[in-house]
Design a protein around this ligand. Structure first.
Ligand SMILES: Nc1ncnc2c1ncn2[C@@H]1O[C@H](COP(=O)(O)OP(=O)(O)OP(=O)(O)O)[C@@H](O)[C@H]1O
Ligand SMILES: [Mg+2]
Length: 273
């Protein structure tokens, strides 16, 4: 059932980081006093003063927050007096001990203009630019599950030209990542890794690598246009006249050699207008 169909009411509220109501979020999913104290100290070191609940489309402990994954939960927070940021808090059961690697690759992505701007990080936390938007799959269909009213403005289905502009912007970012030798690693699960606001933002660099062969463009292009739920929805808007064989051939050529010419040929094959 969609969250919006549940009879739950959420209002936005800002809580001091030491509020007892945040105990179980800060140490999600297993509270321990020692872990809690360490995380409060880290928040203070980063300059995080409060956490804002009630906004976003994930629900943890009956509370609406920005997001939840296998590694972290993401909440809206205040940095200093009034700078809003997204705070990714390492889950206590995450399969990694620190956020260091993720922050390292995230900063690398930022250096080529990709990803929400990373502010600072500590062992268990990453503070970054808050992206107010929708996951790409909800954006394509115009679904807005969150309390946030700064979403797909008219809450309606993306139109073909707009859809192609967003798809092109995503693939351009992927091309920059490919050229920089930074493989995101999860762009075949694009729905969880792109938030669309005024423009698309690629998020979550925890699985990135500089040693793997880069396949950002091919993974994202397949996810948007060729295989899976997102591609099905995109095809309904873009029309099913995409020549799949031609698109697959163009992506193979690009995969073999990451040149601008091959990239442009792939874009043309995927989005014949
Ligand atoms: N900068 C941000 N601004 C706003 N929301 C964000 C931001 N970063 C992440 N989110 C939200 O939080 C969710 C989880 O974030 P993220 O993907 O980084 O966590 P994860 O634990 O690595 O997830 P996964 O298990 O999918 O890899 C995202 O899907 C998104 O909805
Ligand atoms: Mg992740």
């Amino acid at each position: 059932m969609r969250l919006s169909q549940q009879n739950l009411s959420f209002s936005s509220e800002e809580l001091d980081i030491r509020s007892s109501r945040l105990l179980s979020l800060i140490t999600y999913p297993h509270y321990s006093e020692c872990e809690y104290k360490a995380r409060i100290t880290e928040m203070e070191a980063l300059g995080i003063t409060s956490i804002i609940l009630g906004d976003g489309n994930a629900i943890v402990n009956n509370t609406r927050i920005a997001g939840k994954g296998c590694v972290g939960i993401v909440v809206k927070a205040k940095l200093g007096r009034d700078k809003v940021c997204a705070l990714k808090i390492r889950r206590t059961d995450a399969d990694r001990k620190t956020m260091d690697n993720e922050a390292y690759f995230h900063r690398m992505a930022n250096s080529i203009g990709v990803g929400p701007r990373l502010e600072e990080h500590t062992k268990n936390l990453i503070a970054m630019e808050f992206v107010s938007g929708m996951s790409i799959i909800d954006w394509v269909t115009g679904d807005d599950d969150s309390n946030n009213n700064n979403k797909n403005k008219n809450n309606k289905k993306a139109e073909k030209s707009n859809l192609y502009n967003i798809a092109t912007a995503i693939l351009e970012q992927c091309f920059s990542l490919d050229l920089a030798g930074l493989d995101h690693g999860e762009l075949s699960r694009l729905a969880r890794h792109v938030i669309v606001s005024e423009r698309p933002h690629i998020i979550d660099f925890e699985s990135a690598s500089t040693t793997r062969k880069t396949c950002n463009v091919t993974a994202a292009a397949q996810s948007i246009f060729l295989y899976g739920l997102l591609a099905d929805r995109v095809r309904k808007i873009g029309g099913s006249n995409i020549d799949r064989e031609k698109a697959i051939r163009a992506l193979k050529t690009y995969k073999h050699s990451h040149t601008r010419v091959n990239f442009d040929a792939a874009l043309n094959a995927l989005m014949e207008r």
